[in-house]
Design a protein around this ligand. Structure first.
Ligand SMILES: [Fe+2]
Ligand SMILES: [Fe+2]
Length: 140
């Protein structure tokens, strides 16, 4: 289905709020996920959180460029029962974001915005890496 440029900007703003959620969630999980089996995962999350900040900045720039106002909304972060549950929540969020970025890159192309699609591409590839890292950490 064809979407309008306004709907596209709305979608980007929801993407942005989910990136803010990632940042909040990862900061909490980096500090609270414990256990020798997750030591390397926590190190990876520390790298990821810097990339999420970069993703948020890219999205805010593209939203403003398209005439929108970048959101400051953070989606609520669900509590996790233990370390494994925390990483499962992270995987769920990253998987949702991967689906969203696949759709967003396609929509940018459909709207004849190849420059925006290009700007979003690193978010797509890095989000896939985050999904793969978390799948590996959870033995999936
Ligand atoms: Fe991200
Ligand atoms: Fe991510």
């Amino acid at each position: 289905m064809e979407i309008t440029r306004d709907q596209f900007v709305e979608n980007l703003n929801h993407d942005l709020s989910l990136e803010f959620t990632s940042i909040v969630q990862f900061v909490q999980h980096i500090a609270t996920v414990t256990g020798p089996e997750y030591t390397s995962t926590v190190e990876e999350l520390t790298v990821h959180v810097g990339q999420e900040l970069e993703h948020a900045k890219v999205l805010a720039e593209q939203i403003a460029f398209l005439g929108g106002i970048p959101t400051t909304t953070v989606e609520p972060v669900a509590p996790a029962a233990d370390s494994r549950a925390a990483l499962a929540l992270d995987l769920g969020l990253e998987t949702e974001q991967l689906e969203r970025y696949r759709e967003r890159v396609q929509q940018a192309a459909d709207l004849s915005l190849p420059d925006v699609a290009e700007a979003l591409r690193p978010l797509l590839t890095e989000t896939q890496e985050h999904v793969r890292d978390l799948q590996a950490a959870l033995g999936q």
